[in-house]
Structure formats: C-alpha cells, structure tokens
Write a protein that binds this ligand. Structure first.
Ligand SMILES: NC(=O)c1ccc[n+]([C@@H]2O[C@H](COP(=O)([O-])OP(=O)(O)OC[C@H]3O[C@@H](n4cnc5c(N)ncnc54)[C@H](OP(=O)(O)O)[C@@H]3O)[C@@H](O)[C@H]2O)c1
Length: 247
C-alpha cells in the first residue's frame, strides 16, 4: 500500500474478528471505506474470515492476535507499527462466556480464565496499541461490554436483563472492563482519543448457542457507531441501541 493511501484511509483493528459480532463489525467498517485488520487467535479461522470479506470487495487483512498472549499482542502491535505506522480505531471485541450457573457454583478457575480474556486481554491489547492510537488525529477505542456488567441492572428486578444472576464470571468481567473504559477515557481526553463501552444487546452467536434475539448486523450497529464517532461525540460512557445505559 502506498504512503498516501495509508494517510488518507482510517485504519481499524478488531479483536476476535473471525466470527460473530467481531466479523460483522469488520464487514461494516470496511464497507464504509476503512482498512480493517481482523484479529484472530487462530490463523486458519482468521484467514478464512478475511478472505470471505475480501471476496465481497472489502479491504480487510488478517492479523494473528491472541489477547491472552503477551507475545502475540506485542508481535501484532509491532506489525501494525512497521506496516502502517498508526492506528485510528481499536475495537476490543474478543470475549468469552464460560459460566451459566449460580454464583456460588462458579469455580475460581473459570473466574480466572474469564478475566484473563475479557479484562486482562483488553488491557494488554489496549496498552500495546496505545502508542499507535496516539498517532491518530481521531483515536477511538470501543470496548465490547454487556448489559450483564451493569451494577444498576443487576440490582433492579425490573431490569431488561434475562438470567442476570447466572453469570458471575462474565458479568463481573464486563463490570471491570467498564472501569477500564471510564478511567482511560478520562486520561485520554487530552490525546483526543475517545473510549466507550458498547452493549450490542442479546445477539445470536456461538457465545449463546444462537439464542440471542438480535442478528449480528443489529449487534454490530452500536460498536460501529462508537468506532466512527465524530470529534464532538461522547467519551467515557456505555451505549446500546437505545443510547446511554446505566453502569
Ligand atoms: N452475543 C451476545 O449476545 C453478546 C451480548 C453482549 C456482549 N457481547 C460481547 O460481544 C463480543 C463478541 O461476542 P460474540 O457474541 O460475537 O461471541 P463469539 O461468536 O463467541 O465470538 C467471540 C470471538 O472472540 C474470539 N476470542 C475468544 N478468545 C480470544 C482470545 N484469547 N484471543 C483472540 N480472540 C479470542 C473468538 O475466537 P475463536 O473463534 O478463536 O474462539 C471469536 O472470534 C464479546 O466480547 C461478548 O462478550 C455479546
């Protein structure tokens, strides 16, 4: 790619982009003319997903990225730096949900594994890519959260959450992720980098054995909107399709 086109084009990196909402976010962003780096931990799954979107005429590239591996994240950051020199948008989409039972039945191992991906993984990737986001004039970080991480909704028996007390590991990981959003957003105001959490809503993907009511096209709408926020847009909030949501 020549230098002029890199300077003109916005560059996004989406983690966990080989399937589900992450793949659809990649499709929607690239359809708007961005260059999208599709992060995936598995080379074959990642390359297949990128090839599928390229066959639709979209500008996407696979990048190997396991959010739980410091080496993998450092290598990915070095590759983006070497090839493109900056990053405009980071969508921290990769996530896992391993628990579907009552809080007292959760094991320490599942809690640790969930936080390793959903919290430490996001922090690791963000820290590694921050120097490249600082080189952008319109940096955006979107953290894929969930209504299940809302303390307000978890303590409201009339809340819109289905089965809100059957996912302590997943829900607490998203609550911790929301704190990363708030504190980074505050710190990065001066750097013109906006940081927001996105709640895609209950979306049919492998994560919930396709029981979600929304399609991936619908689930990707809010994160894509936050990735493309104008300079006077909000920072440090959590948003769903209906607008701001409670912490
Ligand atoms: N679906 C919903 O209803 C819903 C609701 C609220 C929030 N969310 C959030 O939305 C995001 C996407 O979820 P989804 O529903 O699209 O789930 P999904 O279909 O299960 O996709 C999850 C993606 O994350 C990747 N991933 C998992 N661990 C990873 C790691 N260590 N390194 C890199 N990638 C990793 C997976 O890769 P592999 O294919 O290699 O496993 C996959 O690409 C998640 O953060 C989730 O918590 C989803």
């Amino acid at each position: 790619m020549d230098k002029t086109s890199i300077e003109e084009m916005r560059i996004a990196l989406v983690t966990g982009a080989n399937k589900g909402i992450g793949k659809e976010i990649s499709r929607q962003l690239s359809a708007k003319g961005l260059l999208v780096l599709m992060g995936a931990r598995d080379r074959q799954r990642g390359e297949e997903a990128a090839a599928e979107l390229r066959a639709q005429g979209l500008r996407v590239e696979f990048i190997q990225l396991d959010v739980t591996s410091q080496q993998s994240v450092d290598d990915a950051a070095a590759e983006v730096e070497r090839r493109l020199g900056r990053l405009d948008i980071l969508v921290n989409n990769a996530g896992i949900r391993l628990d579907w039972s009552a809080a007292s039945e959760l094991t320490v191992d599942i809690l640790k594994e969930t936080f390793e991906t959903n919290v430490l993984g996001v922090f690791r990737v963000t820290k590694a890519l921050l120097p490249l986001l600082r080189k952008s004039t319109h940096g955006r970080i979107v953290n894929m959260s969930s209504g299940l991480g809302s303390l307000t909704w978890n303590t409201d028996s009339n809340s819109p959450l289905p089965s809100r007390h059957l996912s302590l590991a997943y829900s607490s990981s998203k609550a911790a992720l929301n704190m990363i959003t708030v504190q980074l957003a505050d710190e990065l105001r001066g750097a013109r980098i906006k940081v927001n959490s996105a709640d895609p809503g209950f979306t049919a993907t492998d994560m919930n054995r396709h029981r979600g009511q929304k399609t991936v096209e619908q689930g990707a709408t809010t994160p894509v909107h936050l990735a493309l926020l104008p300079d006077d847009g909000p920072t440090g909030g959590i948003f769903g399709d209906g607008g701001p949501e409670p912490w």
